[in-house]
Design a protein around this ligand. Structure first.
Ligand SMILES: [Zn+2]
Length: 673
């Protein structure tokens, strides 16, 4: 450190942030729990026969060019909610989710109107060749879709035969049906056993959805239900947004992304991709209680999996339908990849019905709801297209930066192997290996949108061998190494950098915790605590810092122990990436260039000289024109500032130093170094 010989007359504070609760929010981090999604798909024994619906035709013909139309019906339980909660459901989250998908999807076979089949006693019914009518054995019973009793008006007539299949007759007329729509969605808010069930051993379910009936021509689901657990409805803005995003995710389970629907997928000519039996349906998988898909849809692929105990075999299930294969190969830039890996953890309702968290991270159809910044990518739209039921608008797809262009190894190797390769090749990996504690060392999330920390934790017991990815971790006893893994278990326990919020920050309102996402201007620290001169806002991204920061006034030095990454504005200009600190532009000439920062910033406690550094990423990571990268080197030392001749003035006040210091910082817990 370059300080004059008068260093001895400074008070040097090592700002151990844990002790400085009055100075910064306590340093502990809080990460919103990523709840595991459990999809409660309809059991085979619950599904009536697919209902034959008239294709749209005639004067009011609706064509495949029209957007998908979803008609919502609310259960009486929605009316029982408080007015505020009812409005959240009926005016915001449900319409938002429905409109979102109506805007992206068109259906292949629009129908004139939807009438649903009756439920039969014990789900037993007769079919006769050439007749599409479902005849209930003995009698029709109440028809439920999820918790919702389907109105008679929405139902086909009740047709029955006796238990020998004779004396068949119509007992009740068909209802009016629901005209001009492609999907009927029944919405309830009941505290069901599913709401109370602990998922993944921790959090409760927020909402779930599934289809309940399919039409007979292409097997497309035409009716479904979603139940929103009333206890989980909160009026906090953050929770409303997350409920909305949960609902969007859940609706896709009802539209097609479900292990109970894969076996019904059709190719682009409308032919079944799974061979049908005599009953016209795919075979039953009695273990999963769903129709069994063929290997044209999902293939089982063994992979050699490098973990702590050596090379094991990992059984993976990959979606291999044509558009999905195309998109997943493009995403990872791996032309030989078999298909898109499905989640293997979490049990029936989670495994198979989501993308694998390890390699698709914040794709919205991975198995966690509440994912930070969920994105619906071309991959998910491709799955919907490959069902044979939808025409998605790919221009509405969102970008996934996780794993983009990362190659075949990324998609097919254990994170242990990838982390070891990264050390040798010095290529970046999105996985991390430092224990999350006290927020002393922060990192950038993989997409640079946020400051974050590594979500590696030590569990209370060994995790399964296939997920043990570490031989050693700093600060973890060797005997505990089998317990080490990511707090997001669905990611095959592979730790990665995640955004967080500072716990206990601000004026005591838990909802107003300061987060770490760079684009959010509310996340900016106040002037006195902005020691690394960070800036937040739409042009801000996360950059690595080269070391700890120091703040110097004429009488005092503050050394801050927390560092690692920060949010800064940047611009791409003149063929270079430029990082802007305060209002000074520093151009990056090569990857890993360390830019020295020495800038004076005023605050309520006067002028301070801030000294630290930021590290340049590769220009191509952030800019499209990098033509001048590597051409010359600017060390930026000419941009250094200083406090002028205040040191001389301060000399006379030496005796007053301690008093000045106490006045400024209070007598609270700090450590003098
Ligand atoms: Zn789900």
């Amino acid at each position: 450190m370059q300080v004059s010989k008068r260093t001895s007359s400074y008070l040097v504070l090592i700002l151990n942030i844990i002790n400085l609760s009055w100075s910064l929010p306590a340093a502990s981090q809080h990460r919103p729990q990523e709840k595991v999604c459990r999809h409660y798909f309809p059991l085979e024994s619950d599904l009536p026969h697919p209902v034959m619906l008239e294709e749209s035709s005639g004067r009011h013909k609706r064509a495949a060019e029209d957007p998908m139309r979803i008609k919502v019906f609310y259960h009486s339980s929605i009316g029982d909610l408080s007015r505020e909660k009812r409005n959240i459901i009926k005016r915001r989250v449900v319409p938002d989710a429905v409109e979102y998908w109506e805007d992206i999807l068109k259906v292949v076979n629009p129908v004139e109107k939807i009438r649903l089949n009756r439920k039969c006693e014990d789900n037993q019914y007769f079919l006769s060749p050439g007749d599409t009518t479902q005849y209930c054995k003995n009698r029709c019973v109440e028809t439920l879709c999820g918790e919702f009793k389907v109105p008679r008006d929405h139902l086909e007539g009740c047709h029955t035969c006796d238990n020998t299949g004779r004396n068949c007759k119509q007992e009740e007329e068909a209802g009016e049906g629901v005209s001009g729509v492609d999907f009927v969605l029944y919405v309830s808010a009941l505290t069901t056993p599913q709401c109370l069930e602990a998922v993944g051993g921790e959090a409760e379910t927020v909402a779930y959805a599934a289809h309940c009936q399919q039409e007979g021509k292409l097997d497309r689901p035409v009716a479904g239900h979603t139940n929103i657990c009333p206890e989980a409805i909160s009026t906090a803005e953050r929770d409303i947004r997350s409920l909305g995003s949960t609902l969007k995710h859940e609706l896709l389970h009802a539209f097609g992304f479900s292990s109970s629907l894969f076996a019904f997928f059709r190719d682009k000519n409308g032919r079944p991709m799974t061979e049908r039996g005599d009953d016209g349906k795919p075979p039953i998988n009695s273990q999963l209680q769903v129709r069994q898909w063929s290997d044209r849809i999902i293939k089982t692929v063994p992979r050699r999996w490098n973990v702590r105990k050596g090379t094991l075999e990992k059984t993976t299930h990959v979606m291999v339908t044509p558009r999905v294969v195309e998109e997943v190969r493009r995403h990872f830039n791996c032309p030989t990849l078999e298909g898109a890996e499905l989640e293997d953890q979490g049990g029936d309702g989670t495994a198979f019905t989501h993308w694998e968290k390890r390699i698709f991270q914040n794709e919205a159809m991975t198995g966690t709801v509440h994912t930070q910044k969920p994105v619906y990518t071309r991959l998910t739209l491709a799955l919907l297209e490959d069902s044979g039921w939808y025409i998605p608008d790919y221009s509405k797809a969102q970008e996934l930066s996780w794993g983009r262009g990362a190659g075949c190894d990324f998609a097919t190797k254990s994170c242990k192997e990838l982390m070891e390769q990264a050390v040798i090749s010095e290529r970046p990996t999105p996985f991390c290996n430092s224990r999350m504690q006290n927020a002393e060392k922060t990192f950038c999330t993989e997409d640079r949108e946020s400051v974050g920390s590594c979500n590696l934790v030590v569990f209370g017991q060994d995790i399964p061998d296939i997920y043990q990815n570490f031989d050693a971790v700093d600060g973890v006893d060797r005997r505990d190494i089998g317990k080490v893994g990511s707090s997001v278990t669905l990611a095959d326990f592979c730790p990665y950098v995640q955004e967080f919020s500072w716990r206990g920050g601000g004026a005591g309102d838990e909802d107003e915790q300061r987060g770490t996402r760079c684009e959010n201007i509310d996340n900016a620290p106040d002037g006195d605590n902005n020691y690394a001169i960070e800036s937040f806002g739409r042009q801000s991204k996360c950059f690595k810092q080269g070391g700890s920061w120091e703040q110097k006034s004429c009488t005092m030095i503050k050394q801050w122990t927390r560092f690692g990454s920060g949010c800064y504005n940047y611009q791409c200009q003149g063929g270079l990436l430029n990082i802007i600190v305060r209002d000074v532009t520093y151009s990056c000439h090569h990857r890993n260039q360390k830019i020295p920062i020495e800038l004076v910033q005023g605050s309520s406690s006067g002028d301070w000289l801030h000294t630290g550094s930021v590290i340049c990423p590769a220009c191509s990571d952030m800019c499209s024109d990098c033509s001048r990268e590597g051409r010359l080197l600017d060390d930026h030392y000419d941009k250094r500032e200083n406090l002028g001749d205040c040191l001389l003035q301060a000399e006379d006040e030496d005796d007053n130093l301690l008093i000045g210091f106490l006045k400024e910082f209070g007598a609270g817990g700090f450590s003098l170094g």
